[in-house]
Design a protein around this ligand. Structure first.
Ligand SMILES: Nc1nc2c(c(=O)[nH]1)N[C@H]1C(S)=C(S)[C@@H](COP(=O)(O)O)O[C@H]1N2
Ligand SMILES: [Mo]
Length: 333
């Protein structure tokens, strides 16, 4: 559950957390967060590249990776233990590179994340093709530690870096007809060997309602762990929607399209009874083939590790529940 303490929102409250997240641990982590935030506020963000990341403890262990500096707002920092870099870069879903969890880390080296362009189009007054470097400079980069839960029943805690998607939407100036946003992934078989396999209706595509896209949690994401996104995590730019199942967070985007009608999405097209358009994390709505009541946190799984209880809206209800008031979330799953 979210607990509000002054202006901060602190994530806590699943079973395992009782033993792991002691008051002392929370206190120390929050102090580090606030110190980091304070240091950034004093020093300012020292340019897009090359500067020290706000969170030394989340620095990428990859010495060759291009580093990104980011500011932080403690409101968006989940205090759960962060999942190790090794796990978040070797246990991935990115079907354009194969369906095994290890496939993206083994095969995504063929993706060429630079140069890269993203077309912002459709029902907008300012359509524009953005170069990836323009996206990096849309607004000051922010570091956000989010819970990330896959519909398959596992979860991670990831220090993403990006800008609120609302910054891009504001510049695009949607017309009155824009009710949804569609996100489309690259569709280039020369870079993505998995496209040869017609598992999904390529290109991978996802969508959000306009208010969901504008929600301050929705992050246009360019980095993780203080560095640019590794290819397997959706380089060079993806969306991250932390209160929804992971598949809503489309990777390696080439198109962001504003539309009037609810867009078709890859997983919903594949199995409409299993993957709804909304796909809000909801422990009380089972997937037809398995329960969604609990989850396994990657990086801490052992034979005897108890599963965690999955939280409504992945724990982000305070920031998102109002968008679904009056909606039947069993029908709109
Ligand atoms: N283009 C594309 N985006 C995608 C996917 C995919 O197969 N292709 N998989 C989705 C799923 S099911 C999940 S759980 C997350 C995984 O993101 P991560 O590997 O960075 O943790 O990416 C989502 N975005
Ligand atoms: Mo997923």
């Amino acid at each position: 559950m979210w607990t509000r303490r002054s202006s901060r929102i602190i994530l806590n409250g699943d079973d395992i957390a009782a033993s792991e997240i002691t008051p002392q641990r929370i206190f120390e982590q929050r102090r580090r967060v606030l110190q980091a935030a304070g240091a950034m506020a004093l020093g300012g963000v020292a340019g897009t590249f090359g500067a020290q990341n706000a969170f030394a403890e989340y620095a990428s262990p990859d010495p060759k990776a291009l580093k990104l500096a980011a500011k932080t707002d403690t409101k968006f920092v989940a205090l759960d233990k962060v999942t190790p870099f090794k796990d978040i870069t070797t246990y991935n879903n990115f079907y354009e590179f194969g369906t095994d969890k290890s496939d993206p880390s083994e095969h995504a080296h063929t993706l060429r994340p630079r140069p890269w362009r993203v077309s912002v189009e459709g029902e907008v007054k300012n359509p524009k093709v953005y170069d990836i470097d323009e996206i990096l400079k849309l607004a000051p980069l922010e570091e956000r530690v989010y819970r990330h839960r896959c519909v398959e029943g596992w979860s991670m805690v990831i220090p993403w870096i990006g800008v609120p998607l609302s910054e891009l939407i504001r510049r695009a100036q949607p017309t009155g007809n824009a009710r949804y946003v569609q996100f489309v992934t690259l569709n280039d078989p020369s870079q993505m060997p998995g496209l040869a396999d017609p598992i999904l209706d390529w290109p991978y595509s996802e969508g959000l309602r306009m208010d969901e896209a504008m929600n301050p949690l929705t992050l246009l994401t360019v980095g993780v762990y203080g560095q640019v996104l590794p290819n397997q995590n959706g380089a060079p730019v993806r969306v991250v929607v932390p209160w929804k199942y992971g598949f809503k967070s489309a990777k390696s985007l080439v198109k962001i399209r504003f539309v009037e009608a609810q867009p078709k999405t890859s997983w919903n097209t594949y199995a409409p009874n299993e993957y709804g358009f909304y796909s809000n994390v909801n422990p009380s709505v089972d997937h037809p083939r398995w329960s969604q009541a609990t989850e396994r946190r990657i990086g801490e799984d052992g034979f005897f590790t108890p599963k965690r209880k999955t939280l409504m809206f992945n724990g982000y209800g305070e920031l998102v529940a109002s968008m679904y008031q009056g909606m039947d979330l069993r029908r709109n799953f």
